[in-house]
Design a protein around this ligand. Sequence first.
Ligand code: 4NP
Length: 152
Amino acid sequence: MEKTRILMVCLGNICRSPLAEGIMRAKLFGRNNYELESAGTGGWHVGDPPDPRSVAIAKEMGLDITGQRGRQFKATDFDRFDHIFVMDNSNHRDVLKLARTEHDKQKVSLILDTLFPGENVDVPDPYYGGNDGFAKVYDMLDQACEILKERL
Ligand code: 4NP
């Protein structure tokens, strides 16, 4: 069976997109026709594990994301993935800059378009904030991924 390939993208690939990957992976558990990865538009955290605060909230919710490692988004990801979900408008611009064709561009959408269609709502970057930011991000991503699961 042909697989559907999904990529979650944020800036650093250590806070938001690893959570999105972990949450979506858990929701798709038992379905073998999906592949899921995450990436960052920036390169500062290539090879790094997720931020300890993302690891902690995931653990609290029963998910283990410690095996993930940061990597940078690249143009060839447009060839490998069917759907590219970005966390915020800045990620959206950065990913679209690397698109080579209209077909590439059509693969990209804001993940919160699932909950707030057409409103261009960001998943706020929790990197410089406190732990409650990570809980809020988790909650938003959980709701968004629940909708994605139904639609994909
Ligand atoms: P993320 O958060 O995009 O959700 O992974 C960030 C993590 C690190 C940095 C920026 C955002 N940074 O500049 O190092």
